[in-house]
Design a protein around this ligand. Structure first.
Ligand SMILES: CC(C)(COP(=O)(O)OP(=O)(O)OC[C@H]1O[C@@H](n2cnc3c(N)ncnc32)[C@H](O)[C@@H]1OP(=O)(O)O)[C@@H](O)C(=O)NCCC(=O)NCCS
Length: 145
């Protein structure tokens, strides 16, 4: 497995991962816009030339906003998300970010456990944030403490 910058060639694979992972998947146009953003970092995990996972973050004003992390169903629990997060923590440290933050569904135990294992803690709740009225938890990892 290797972690490389997301390019437009990865998008067909990533759209498959995305539709498997989310009820409201991002489109090709959204990924194209995201990867060309001035403040964006998007990386994929590749196995034998196929992108099977990705993670994204915007970094601006000393803050890292994680936009998404997703791993194909048949590649889960093999440490792939863990490797992606380690990669992004390295980026955050190199850019001297003060913190990294994200929103996650309150029911998403897998993602919450994953982030907590990296020292992210809950700093807030957005009530009924999602389309099904589910709450979003705000999780943040502070650097330099
Ligand atoms: C959440 C997700 C990214 C985890 O990816 P993954 O590659 O399977 O995670 P890893 O194998 O790197 O797991 C690392 C740690 O996260 C936690 N974790 C991962 N999946 C878990 C699960 N189903 N239940 C509980 N803890 C879990 C564990 O602490 C795990 O460590 P362990 O395997 O040593 O116990 C994956 O389940 C996924 O793509 N889900 C759908 C998309 C999604 O919900 N994204 C998050 C949006 S904020």
């Amino acid at each position: 497995m290797q972690i490389v910058k997301m390019t437009k060639e990865h998008i067909p694979d990533i759209l498959k991962v995305e539709s498997e992972c989310f009820s409201d998947p991002w489109s090709e146009a959204m990924f194209l816009e995201e990867i060309s953003g001035k403040f964006s970092h998007y990386y994929v995990a590749e196995i034998e030339g196929e992108a099977i996972a990705y993670m994204g973050m915007w970094s601006l004003s000393g803050e890292g906003h994680i936009t998404n992390v997703a791993v194909a169903g048949n590649h889960r629990r093999k440490g792939i998300a863990k490797s992606l997060i380690e990669h992004f923590i390295d980026i955050a440290r190199k850019e001297n970010l003060e913190f990294m933050t994200l929103e996650v569904r309150a029911s998403n135990i897998a993602a919450i456990s994953l982030y907590e294992s990296f020292g992210f803690t809950q700093v807030g709740v957005r009530k009924k944030y999602y389309e099904n009225s589910e709450d979003a938890l705000l999780l943040t990892k502070f650097f330099g403490e």
